[in-house]
Design a binder for this molecule. Structure first.
Ligand code: GRF
Length: 217
């Protein structure tokens, strides 16, 4: 079983989606620890509720914050780190420690709308299609090789919150599936590109109408 460590800063619905996928057997993985830079993060409560080791790690000193996170992840023999709404930019040092073993989810179709409030950026820009992306993290924010993407329609009456909600539902599919592909060793990184090796698909089993899923979902 793949040992996962999750970094989360907020309410942790993506964390919950991972826990649920582990528990119902959709993925052969286990969340070993949850780390937050925010002591009030509901993600920590979710972890506790499921008997998962949870840690608040103060981030006032970035170097110390990352050193401690690294130590915790190693102490749990974590094999894959997931950024699930972790709102800090990680240093080159930290990324190097977890090179190709650290994946993030971003609520936009990268490379559009990097950074904070991606859904608001999309609404304000007036795009007609939006979505979410899972990618390996590299030393630049929201930049590393893209693993999966899914696209949803932006409706004329959407605001930030209605669009965010539509995207979030799909994030909750894309992130567990990305972990599943990693666990099945079906992700091949070739420079900037990721190739997904053939195998089963979640498209027939777990898909919503009106969502366009990239190859590999
Ligand atoms: C998600 O939209 C994620 O993509 C973004 O922050 C949000 C976190 O939501 N980076 P949650 O904490 O997983 O509910």
């Amino acid at each position: 079983m793949l040992k996962i460590g999750v970094l989360a800063s907020g309410r942790g619905t993506n964390l919950q989606a991972i826990i649920d996928a582990c528990n119902d057997g959709r993925i052969n993985a286990k969340v070993e620890c949850v780390i937050s830079d925010n002591k009030n993060a509901f993600a920590l409560e979710r972890a506790k509720k499921h008997g998962i080791a949870s840690y608040y790690v103060d981030a006032s000193d970035r170097r110390e914050h990352e050193r401690r996170m690294d130590e915790i992840l190693r102490s749990h023999d974590v094999e894959l780190v997931i950024g699930a709404g972790y709102m800090r930019i990680l240093s080159e040092w930290f990324i190097k420690q977890w090179n190709r073993k650290i994946i993030n989810i971003h609520p936009a179709l990268l490379p559009s709308f990097k950074g904070l409030n991606a859904q608001k950026q999309a609404v304000d820009y007036g795009v007609k299609i939006a979505g979410c992306t899972t990618h390996f993290m590299d030393e630049l924010p929201d930049h590393g090789p893209i693993i999966l993407q899914a696209a949803v329609v932006v409706k004329s009456n959407d605001d930030e919150s209605t669009l965010a909600e539509r995207i979030l539902k799909v994030e909750h599919q894309l992130l567990p599936r990305t972990i599943d592909l990693y666990e099945q060793k079906r992700i091949v990184i070739e420079g900037r590109k990721v190739r997904i090796l053939p195998g089963d698909s979640w498209k027939e089993k777990y898909s919503y109408p009106d969502v366009l899923y990239s190859e590999g979902y």
